[in-house]
Design a protein around this ligand. Structure first.
Ligand code: ZN
Length: 583
């Protein structure tokens, strides 16, 4: 497998690290860099830093990051070649590799390709065959437009047990893999395959790149279940799926607000009403993975769940969870018994939007108002809910909203504002600190090794001058050895040093050291002597120190055994060695 270095370079140049990382991480400008919550590990204070100048990113906590390719490799858990392809596609550059045949594709890619092909075909069938008419009629009756049907690739799976199977087979896909991908079912006795989805409206579910990874299929003849989803597969895992994230990501970032809904139909409805920053989980459960994703997308989250018992319970539970995670949590309550979809149908778009914009409470306010009746004549409930709201208020991230909530608590629970404020604010929150390198105390030879590496990074010519006198083994630690070796390889093809390019040449464990070396301040035009001095410090000095220690040990032996001749000889050797060293 080979991709031309020029092509890699072009793709790297057309994918600004800030743009790419911003698709996954909410970043804020701090000084010369951008920082945000690390997408690779769970954290409350940001340690993930992006340098536009150097075109690299780095987590000071878990040490992940690197250049734009390495970031994509890590976050998507894919190979370098795949990362180059993804970023190539993003920049409109086609990347062809030697083994670019369908056989070489991994299972995951094949599963996605099958879903893409089926989504396309189901969508075509919806308007092409008579049998699909009830499906189309249903969609129109629910307010779907032709435009939306085309855009979302909504389709129809005919009432035939081999429609999907035969289509995929004709396209050269393996039945067993289509079964693993959740598109086919299997008769375990005969080990024969047949369609999982029959006579259903097919709503594609996409990943963050907009690739179809599953379906939610609605029955139109009243058969159960009403919605049949794809099963858990290699590519479709409910705990990771956020419906419509591919479309909503940008509006979410622009508005710094994500609207979380219970059902994907609500998302589509809200979209038609002009609210684009809406997403949904597949089911009401919010996983740890979801929370991590949400936190990275925006600081504000608005819950808009169904106005039934289950929806309200989910709102209270998830609201509490997200509040604990430091997000500003809001709730737009639905009319009793209504979901957002039905509210839009009932009120019409304009009235709904007005309702949406005038009924956004903090989660804590929502909680209090929900239990208002219960606390009126029930002191036990009063005590319990007061404690709960105080705990929730303590964790609120926004000072302004916290203050507003405290006033509301004062009023609704009839408590003293100042003592309440004292109680809530006494746990001073730990100030978010800027991520930086911990100051490191380096030994003399270690510092010398890094200084030499830095000289070589600054100046290819200097490196060329010294490369024959120095081998990896001259460096004392593995990381420095690897960096030196990588420099030799790098300078064979590159004229100037760029950290973002060099990153691809060194193993991951070297990245942080590379960053540290890159950040060192050294003389920009060192003389040959200066370089030699540093080389001496780590090449010769340790040997001499060892030699000296050995002589001194022998000397003390000679003294204790009263070997005068030996003693005199050793003294001379020591003096010579020390004299040499001083020069
Ligand atoms: Zn990290």
């Amino acid at each position: 497998m080979h991709i031309e270095p020029e092509l890699i370079h072009e793709i790297q140049q057309k994918n600004d690290i800030l743009d790419v990382v911003s698709q996954y991480v909410k970043l804020e400008k701090r000084g010369r860099n951008y920082i945000g919550l690390c997408p690779f590990h769970d954290e409350k204070t940001p340690s993930f830093s992006v340098s536009v100048e150097k075109q690299i990113c780095h987590c000071f906590g878990c040490k992940k990051g690197g250049n734009v390719f390495q970031f994509i490799e890590q976050i998507e858990a894919i190979s370098f070649i795949e990362a180059v392809k993804i970023l190539g596609e993003r920049a409109g550059i086609e990347v062809k590799t030697d083994d670019d045949t369908p056989q070489a594709d991994n299972e995951q890619n094949k599963m996605i390709a099958m879903h893409e092909a089926m989504a396309h075909y189901y969508n075509y069938v919806l308007k092409a065959i008579e049998q699909a008419e009830p499906a189309l009629k249903y969609l129109y009756s629910r307010g779907f437009t032709d435009e939306q049907i085309a855009r979302e690739k909504i389709g129809y799976s005919p009432n035939v047990s081999t429609f999907t199977r035969d289509y995929l087979k004709n396209k050269g896909y393996d039945e067993a893999l289509a079964y693993d991908a959740g598109l086919l079912s299997r008769n375990e006795e005969t080990i024969s395959y047949f369609d999982r989805f029959r006579n259903r409206i097919m709503f594609p579910i996409k990943d963050f790149r907009g690739k179809v990874i599953g379906f939610s299929a609605r029955s139109i003849d009243g058969s159960e279940p009403k919605y049949l989803n794809s099963p858990e597969t290699l590519i479709f895992q409910k705990r990771n799926v956020l419906y419509h994230i591919d479309v909503a990501r940008k509006p979410i970032r622009n508005q710094d607000e994500v609207i979380l809904l219970e059902g994907f139909m609500d998302v589509l409805k809200l979209n038609e009403a002009g609210i684009l920053n809406a997403i949904a989980t597949m089911g009401t459960a919010l996983s740890r993975e979801h929370i991590l994703q949400l936190k990275k997308l925006a600081s504000n989250i608005t819950l808009m769940y169904d106005g039934d018992r289950a929806g309200i319970e989910a709102t209270l539970k998830i609201g509490k969870q997200l509040n604990q995670e430091g997000m500003n949590v809001f709730v737009v309550p639905m009319k009793k018994g209504y979901d957002p979809d039905e509210m839009i149908t009932e009120l019409g778009t304009d009235k709904f939007l007005s309702y949406f914009n005038h009924n956004k409470l903090t989660y804590v306010s929502f909680y209090m108002r929900h239990y208002l009746d219960e606390i009126k004549n029930n002191d036990l409930a009063y005590e319990k809910h007061l404690n709960n709201v105080i705990e929730d208020a303590k964790l609120m991230n926004s000072e302004h909203l916290q203050k507003k909530v405290l006033h509301e608590i004062t009023e609704l629970f009839n408590v003293d504002f100042d003592s309440l404020k004292f109680k809530v604010q006494k746990d001073n929150r730990i100030q978010a600190r800027m991520p930086t390198f911990e100051s490191e105390v380096l030994s003399r030879p270690m510092l010398a090794e890094r200084t030499v590496l830095k000289y070589f990074m600054n100046d290819r010519m200097l490196f060329m001058q010294f490369k024959d006198q120095i081998t990896e083994e001259h460096f004392s630690v593995k990381v420095h050895q690897m960096i030196y070796k990588a420099l030799s390889g790098y300078y064979k093809i590159e004229e100037t040093f760029m950290l973002s390019k060099f990153s691809s040449h060194v193993p991951h464990e070297c990245h942080e050291t590379c960053l540290k070396i890159d950040a060192m301040l050294v003389n920009h035009e060192p003389s040959i002597e200066e370089v030699n001095d540093y080389l001496y410090v780590f090449q010769q000095e340790p040997k001499e120190i060892e030699q000296l220690q050995s002589l001194k040990a022998q000397l003390s032996d000679a003294v204790s055994t009263e070997n005068h001749e030996k003693r005199a000889q050793l003294m001379r050797e020591i003096i010579n060695l020390q004299r040499q060293k001083k020069q």
